[in-house]
Design a protein around this ligand. Sequence first.
Ligand code: MG
Length: 256
Amino acid sequence: MKKLILSLLALSVAVAVSAQEKKEYPKPEGMRPAMTEFWTPQPKVVTPGDIKTNSAPSDAIVLFDGKDLSAWKSANGGEADWKVHNGVFTVDKSKGDILTKQSFGSFQLHLEWCVPKNITGSSQGRGNSGVFLQDKYEVQILDNYNNETYANGQAGSIYKQVMPLANAMRKPGEWNVYDIIYNAPIFNEDGTYRVRPTVTVIQNGVLLLNNFVIQGTTEYIGLPRVVPHGDGPIRLQMHGDPSEPISFRNIWLREL
Ligand code: MG
């Protein structure tokens, strides 16, 4: 009897298994090309700058178009007081830094700069300026064409934090182009970074910094500091070195 029960049990298990094997489930639909294509939303249309006139893209905030410094103010108060001439402006070493009147978060910044053909000086004392992101983090501007300096202080460095991946300098008298992509930080309530700021810098089409994680403020003396902040202006540096002053042109920014 016991034997019979066991064999019946075995039979019923076998029947159940074979029924399970035969049970049909819906099969996933086969992939078709259109299943991985989306049509909405469409990217917004941005008309690029004109290649001949080197103008700004249609959605850019123009910070200098060759006419005046109305988008800028002096760090010492009042209007920006550097000299505009022939579509460019030149650092006035008797005045202070200048800053944009507007503040920004994350952005793409385009900026062109040029040191005089007859520039003199060496190391940090040769065409030194800088562009400060959110008024806190300096991307160095310096004439490093046949001019060595400490590596983490040369053109395209985040000053005293990282050296650029290349020296892509054009000769004095020729225009250098910076394209900077900057992601603003997010802070914790205690003032530490939750998300650190990052920056990509391209000079004359050559990558200098590839999504570098900024450590803090760019100090001349001492280590980077973490200083909580919100949106901030772009600052251009008036450096007190005795070399001939540098010029800027064609500055625009796209907010991200
Ligand atoms: Mg500098």
